[in-house]
Design a protein around this ligand. Structure first.
Ligand SMILES: *Cc1c(COP(=O)(O)O)cnc(C)c1O
Length: 404
């Protein structure tokens, strides 16, 4: 049974104070907190079997290699990839997107089109702009409505035989909208386009099945799902990963090197040049184990309760406007107080021990759409409580009183 008080005991950081107030951590969409079970795995790695992987005959190296490859299997299993070598370890979502964008420059020509969505994170816009500059391809954007939903009838119109790639986030980090990626993938495939889904915001809340989705590429970061920073994964269908050229050259990614010619290693090593974040990969596996032990159904049910509770309480504050009211959304609330800059609200909340994000959330086009400089964003995780929501609501009321 889901017991939030019990779960909170796994997170040592939740016991600390900030500005002499108990920490209320509501910035989970930026990074999640780390449970003791994952911290222990990190400490154990550096205390007992830290070694470089894949090349040593000695015992420590083999132990580290086994643990690292075990983590890859956990990730394969979690995302239901067909093969373990379809899981590429990366430093995070940004790295995964750049790896794919870089590889696609080989396949694109003048007149080809790439479709992204109006809800994208900067890390999902800039690499495509760079790719378009290099290849002569054109960028098209799926527009959004005022609820913060992508307009699928407009998407249908953008698709054509020129479409080579579609890139959409599974869940928007700025507004929490859950995008209809099943539809997006199916329609893209009808015109022969590949699809990359940015799962940085979805993986903390749901368990994607890459084979059921029939997605070509899926990327995510460990640090938004109870794992460490600087670690992530790229899932790619085997046929695509075989076609894509390597992203970086170096150790680990080669089969044979002479000064005349180098042949590349098999998947997944072709994309894993240099010494990776070994401990990060192992800890990512541990984070997935931790979340699965709680269960993604339990997590998303509970988070929806928190979302509904917080949405109602915040809506009752006069002059407070919530941005992003999609029918399908996750536990993110972006809002502003009328006539008050979000940064000022965030500063007062911090004095009260409440951590929220303020600003454009790396999604400036979304802010431009609403003609605002930014929002205050509270994002909830399964270890947050209704009492913490109450603290937030009281804090916002206090900020409103002090600033208006
Ligand atoms: C956080 C985030 C990213 C970037 O993740 P990094 O770990 O910084 O690489 C990309 N897309 C979305 C939707 C995000 O929320």
């Amino acid at each position: 049974m889901f017991n939030v008080e019990h779960i909170r005991q796994d997170f040592p950081i939740l016991n600390r104070q900030v500005n002499s107030k108990p920490l209320v951590y509501l910035d989970n969409a930026a990074t999640s907190q780390t449970p003791q079970q994952v911290i222990d795995v990190i400490v154990d790695y550096y205390s007992t079997y830290n070694a470089n992987i894949h090349r040593g005959v000695h015992s420590l190296s083999q132990e580290a290699t086994d643990a690292y490859e075990q983590a890859r299997l956990k990730i394969q299993n979690h995302f239901n990839a067909k093969f373990a070598h379809e899981i590429i370890f990366t430093s995070g979502t940004t790295h995964g997107i750049n790896l794919v964008a870089n590889g696609f420059s080989n396949f694109l020509k003048q007149g080809d089109e790439i479709i992204v969505s109006a809800l994208e994170h900067h890390s999902n816009i800039v690499p495509w702009q760079m790719l378009c500059e290099r290849s002569g391809a054109t960028l098209k954007v799926i527009p959004m409505n005022t609820e913060g939903e992508l307009i699928m009838s407009e998407y249908d119109k953008l698709l054509s035989a020129n479409t080579k790639l579609v890139f959409v986030n599974h869940i928007s980090n700025a507004l929490g909208t859950i995008n209809p990626i099943e539809y997006i993938i199916e329609k893209a495939h009808e015109v022969g386009s590949a699809v990359l889904i940015d799962g940085a915001q979805s993986c903390p809340h749901i368990k994607p099945d890459v084979q059921a989705l029939d997605v070509d590429f899926y990327v995510t970061s460990a640090h938004k799902m109870c794992g460490p920073t600087g670690q992530g994964m790229l899932y790619g269908k085997e046929e695509w990963l075989k076609k894509l050229p390597p992203y970086q050259g170096g150790g680990e990614m080669i089969a044979e090197v002479t000064f005349q010619k180098t042949t590349y290693a098999d998947l997944p090593h072709k994309f894993e040049a240099g010494t990776p974040n070994i401990c990060g990969g192992i800890a990512f596996g541990a984070a997935i184990d931790y979340m699965n032990a709680i269960g993604f159904d339990a997590i998303s049910n509970y988070e929806h309760e928190l979302l509904d509770y917080a949405t109602e309480a915040l809506s009752n504050i006069e002059g407070l406007k919530i941005y992003g009211t999609a029918k399908h959304k996750t536990s993110v609330i972006s809002f502003n107080l009328e006539g008050i800059h979000p940064y000022d609200v965030g500063t007062i909340l911090d004095k009260l021990g409440i951590a929220v994000r303020t600003g454009h959330h790396c999604a400036q086009p979304v802010m431009d759409f609403y003609k605002i400089p930014g929002t205050v964003r509270a994002s909830f995780a399964f270890y947050n409580t209704k009492e913490e929501v109450d603290t937030l609501v009281n804090g916002v009321k206090k900020a409103k009183m002090m600033l208006s």
